[in-house]
Structures are given as structure tokens and as C-alpha cells.
Design a protein around this ligand. Sequence first.
Ligand code: PLP
Length: 391
Amino acid sequence: MITIVPAFGRIGEENAFAVLARAGQLAAEGRDIINLGIGQPDMPTPAHIVEAGIRALRDGHHGYTPAVGILPLREAVSRDLHRRHGVEVSSDSVLIVPGGKVTMFMAILMFGEPGAEILYPDPGFPIYRSMIEFTGATPVPVPIREANGFAFSAQETLSLITERTRLLILNSPANPTGGVTPKAEIDALVAGLAAHPDVAILSDEIYGTMTYDGEAHHSLLRYPEIRERLIYLDGASKTYAMTGWRLGWSVWPKPLYDAARKLAVNAHSCVNAATQWAGVAALDGSQDCVAEMVAEFDRRRALVVEGLNALPNVSCITPKGAFYAFPNVGKTGWKAKALASALLEEAGVATIGGPDFGVHGEGYIRLSYANSSENILRALERMGSFLSERA
Ligand code: PLP
């Protein structure tokens, strides 16, 4: 009998994909399903980006590229980071990867081993914990609290650091809560990290272009004092509606860059060439498409928050970023996962139960408002009827 190594017994996954599959199955059976479960923009990739990908294929970009990515794209990333955050990032520290997840995977592999502790947001993107457990390291959840606007608390985060802590994972704007950690809190966190020089930081800023109500996204790249231990994660999936293209990029401190490059050589060689050229068009082209998408999400956000707060026993704080709402359903009498499942099976509305994002997600469900206003309103109506009948 063949056996695989025990680490695979510890690896998790994203329940969003299981919900997507179940929603698809129900739709195939003829049910009218509204999917507020999946975290991807419902808009197509902007046409000029698609055209650049097609052109690259026609121009013969069919071969391997350097494992770190093509220079024009790495330079475009540097320019983008300068434009958005006012920081100087050398293209020699930029790595092009097949999606944001790959940076996460690499960073956690670099610091995770039995005996090491890795801090990660809870509720948070489920792959953080899954990967930490895969490496044998101890996952240490940093509670992300509604009372704190779903922002990181600098004080609470710092209090969880021990001499075994190797890596701290931050995510703002955040999945699944839509929380944005304000500058003052990040300032305090960075100041506190001075006392912990052996802790590396992975800052997942994949939703960095998506903030609302004038709330500015404040990148960790802006702090020179932590740059030599900061891994910056970003990519095209959300900002340019490119989830299926698989394009991400990261910035690494010098000592880690070569380790990341070697992992790329071992794992995937490079991101497909045409996708990289599409990425150049995305970053160097007009950013109006991003502004339009964010403005559309902003309109839907208002609908979702108003609609959720009108539901019986449901309350929802206004998310300041990303495209998720994370309503508190604790007073409905339902456990969150049971509610998400019943909403899908009985009301035809796909959402994700908060516990799929960590133990501190109990009492909440996640709704993605990357769906049309019409569908959002229909979904809220169905949820209202369901909750009134099944209270
Ligand atoms: N980080 C966060 C917080 C996410 O929510 C996601 C996707 O949902 C990712 C990273 C992964 O992005 P990608 O699809 O580019 O791998």
C-alpha cells in the first residue's frame, strides 16, 4: 500500500471552493442560486489587458521566462508601488508568481517548522492556517474583533509574540471581514516590532486598491525600519479582475529573495509568459478601470450593509475595504455554518460560514458583494424571508 507523508493530513483548503461546487451542482439541477460566496470580481478582465495577453501570444511569447518574471513586469510593479505608496522598490527585489497564494506558500515554507510559531489573523484567509499546519509549525491566531472594526489590534498582536515566533502575517484590507487597519494602529505595531527583531512579517495587501469612505490603505512597505524583514504580497487577481490568469507579485528582502527564486525554479519555473505581458498592460495602463470597479463595489456595499441591517437579528458594521461584508448573525439562534448551509440549500443564497475563516469567525457569515446589485437585492430578500420563517 502506498502512503503519503503525514503533513498532508494537516493541510486544509478553502471552503469557498466547496460552496462554489455545491452552488454549481444545485444550479445544474435547475435551482436559481445567487452566489455571494466566492471572492472574485464578477466583472471581466478589462479589454486592454486581455488584448495585451492575446498580442503576447501572437508575438510568440510561448517559452519560459526568467523564474523571477520578465523585467518589464518587475519594473512595472516597482513603478506601481511608487505611484501608490510613494516607496522605492528595486525591480531586483520583485518576484512574479502565479497568484497571491504562491507568495504566502513560499513565506510560510521559509519560516514554518516544528517548534516555530506563526501568528496569523483569525478570522482570516484559511490558507494561512492550512499552510502553517502543513509545515508543522504552531499556528497562533491573532483575534480580529468586530469591536475593533475588524482591524488588527497592535497591542493584542504584540502580546502574542514569544521567543518562538518566526513570522507574523498581516492582511489589510482584509478577507473575510472587509476590515482596514488604520495608519495609527500600523504605526504602533511597527514601533512594537522593534523589540522583536527576529520576527519576519508577511503583509498580504492583495486588496490594497479597494478601500472606501476615504479610508486610505497604508502599506507596510512605507516603514523602512522593517523593510529588511518584510515580505509584501500583492497581485492582479482582485485589482484587475484576473483571478483565473494566475498572476501575483511580491517584494522580498535581499536575503530571502534568492530562496524564493529557487522555490519558483523548483515549483513552477515561471508564470506563463502571455499572462506576464497582460500584467504589464494592467500596471502601466490607465487605472480608470480600477477606479470604476471600486466605485461599483462601493455602491453595492451600501446596498449590502443597509439590507443586512434590516434583517431580523442581524447586524453588520460598514466594511471599509475589499468586497466582503461580515454580518454578525449570533442573535439569529443559528450556528454560523448551519445558517450558511441552510441559506444555500433552502433559500438558494451561497455565503460562507464565519468558522471557515477561523474560530473567531463563529457568529458571522461572509457575503461577497462581487455580484450584481439586482442579485444582491434578491439575495437579501430571500435571506429576510428565510430568517423570518425560520427564526
Ligand atoms: N490573500 C487573500 C487575503 C485573499 O483573499 C486571496 C484570495 O481570495 C488571496 C490572497 C489569493 O489570491 P490569488 O487568487 O491571487 O492566489
